[in-house]
Design a protein around this ligand. Structure first.
Ligand SMILES: C[S@@+](CC[C@H](N)C(=O)[O-])C[C@H]1O[C@@H](n2cnc3c(N)ncnc32)[C@H](O)[C@@H]1O
Length: 208
């Protein structure tokens, strides 16, 4: 993966960090209300959140979760650390690249990634990395905006993507689900909502 692409992504989110929460409040209410509760409520054991951002999921993890969160952007992570402190949540929050996770194979029971596979430059590699760091029987939980299965929504998404790729490197027409299967996961749940715009996925790493 080109260093320039990583560097560009990091700079975008460092710049965006201060206004991210305000803008995400609106997006979340419109596109995925209850999504964070749904995703984090299923986390068990040793948990890795990939692209943890400003830590908007932190309030929703069950008590006792052993949480590690990585993100490319120190600016986003600084807000996540403040949030963890004010919530009294213990979490190892550190800079890292989803495309080259620094953890050993089979290190986690649950891996989550919310609203970020749309933004990670090489999302195929990131999903493969998530596979390797999960223990056999461990679960991958995804929530993202994806290419809609309605042609007129997809048309709008293609237009929107022309703008968002330039402003924050965000793809609107990706679909992680086939890549999840190709990486070796067994999908146990998938659900589209909001005119096919949003998708929730739970997938298991086989082996137990
Ligand atoms: C739209 S924000 C989502 C943040 C958070 N997951 C949430 O739900 O609010 C996308 C995040 O992906 C992170 N990101 C993009 N590429 C990444 C990569 N290669 N490795 C780690 N984080 C990455 C950005 O820094 C940013 O914090």
């Amino acid at each position: 993966m080109a260093y320039e692409q990583i560097d560009r992504t990091r700079k975008i989110w460092d710049r965006y960090a201060a206004r991210y929460d305000r803008e995400m409040d609106r997006v979340e209410r419109m596109l995925f209300p209850g999504g964070r509760e749904w995703a984090c409520g299923q986390a068990v054991g040793d948990v890795l959140e990939v692209a943890v951002g400003t830590g908007r999921d932190l309030p929703y993890y069950p008590a006792g979760t052993r949480l590690t969160g990585i993100d490319l952007s120190p600016g986003m992570l600084a807000i996540a650390r403040e949030r963890a402190k004010s919530l009294g949540v213990e979490a190892d929050l550190r800079v890292g690249d989803a495309q080259a996770l620094e953890f050993g194979d089979a290190s986690f029971d649950t891996v989550l990634c919310l609203i970020s596979l749309c933004n990670i430059p090489d999302h195929r590699t990131a999903i493969a990395e998530m596979y390797w760091v999960l223990r056999p029987g461990g679960r991958l939980i995804l929530l993202d905006h994806v290419a809609s299965d309605r042609w007129w929504v997809l048309l709008f998404q293609r237009l929107l993507e022309q703008v968002t790729l330039r402003t924050n490197g965000d793809y609107q027409t990706r679909r992680p689900l086939p890549l999840v299967t190709a990486a070796g996961f067994v999908v146990s749940h998938s659900q589209r909502t909001k005119l096919g715009w949003m998708e929730r996925v739970v997938a298991v790493k086989p082996g137990v």
